[in-house]
Design a protein around this ligand. Structure first.
Ligand code: CO
Length: 208
C-alpha cells in the first residue's frame, strides 16, 4: 500500500543523513524552532519548503484559510506551546492568493459545516465591504480579502493571552502577516507586523 511513499521517505532520510550523519539523532533529542507558522492547509502552500527550512526549524499549524479563532483550542494550544515552551521569537501568519476558503467566503452559496468556519472570513468581508465592492473582478476581490484576512488573523494572534503575557513579561516576540503567491512561488510581507501591545492596538484601529 502506497509503497512509493515509503520508498521516497527512505531516499529522503538517506539524503539528509548523507549530508549530516548526526541530523536525526540530534533532532530526536530536542526541537528549538525560532518560528511558528500559521498557514492554509492548501497542498500548494507547504510551509517548510517555501522558506527552505529543515525539520526542527519551523513549528507549524495549518487549517482552512489560516484562521486563528479565539476559541479554537487546537490552534490556541499550538500557540501556547510555541510561545511558552519553545519560546519562538516570531509568529508568521501566512495566507495565499487565490485561497479557496476565502473565495468560498466571498460567495453566498451554502456549503455545509465549513460555512461556520468561513463565517469568520465573512465577518472580515463585511467590515471591508466598500473597499471590496469597488474592485473590478471577483479574482481581485478574493486576493484583497486574502490580504485583509491575514491582517485580521495577525490581530487575533496578538489578542491571545499567550502573546499578551509574553509582551507583558517584556519578551521579544514578533507577529508577522505574509502572503504567498501560487503564481510565482514568492512571499510578500503585508506590513501588518506587530511587536508589542501598542502595535497591536494601532493595527486594530487601522483595520476596524
Ligand atoms: Co487556502
Amino acid at each position: 500500500m502506497l509503497e512509493h511513499l515509503f520508498t521516497q521517505n527512505r531516499e529522503w532520510a538517506r539524503a539528509i543523513s548523507t549530508r549530516d550523519p548526526q541530523f536525526f539523532q540530534k533532532l530526536s533529542e530536542q526541537q528549538a524552532p525560532e518560528y511558528l507558522w500559521i498557514g492554509c492547509a492548501d497542498s500548494r502552500v507547504p510551509a517548510n519548503e517555501i522558506v527552505d527550512l529543515l525539520p526542527g526549524e519551523l513549528f507549524v499549524h495549518r487549517n482552512v484559510a489560516n484562521l486563528v479563532i479565539h476559541t479554537d483550542f487546537n490552534c490556541l494550544s499550538v500557540i501556547e506551546y510555541a510561545v511558552a515552551v519553545l519560546r519562538v521569537k516570531h509568529i508568521i501568519v501566512c495566507g495565499h492568493y487565490g485561497c479557496g476558503g476565502v473565495r468560498a467566503a466571498l460567495q453566498d452559496r451554502r456549503l455545509g459545516l465549513i460555512d461556520n468556519w468561513l463565517r469568520h472570513i465573512r465577518d472580515v468581508r463585511l467590515r471591508h465591504r466598500a473597499e471590496l465592492d469597488a474592485l473590478p473582478s471577483e479574482d481581485s476581490q478574493v486576493d484583497r480579502l486574502c490580504e485583509l484576512n491575514v491582517a485580521e488573523q495577525v490581530l487575533n494572534v496578538c489578542q491571545t493571552t499567550m502573546v499578551q503575557s509574553a509582551w507583558e513579561e517584556g519578551r521579544k516576540l514578533e507577529v508577522h502577516g505574509w502572503i504567498y503567491s501560487l503564481q510565482d512561488g514568492l512571499l510578500r510581507d503585508l506590513a501588518v507586523g506587530v511587536s508589542d501591545a501598542a502595535g497591536a492596538q494601532a493595527l486594530l484601529l487601522r483595520n476596524h
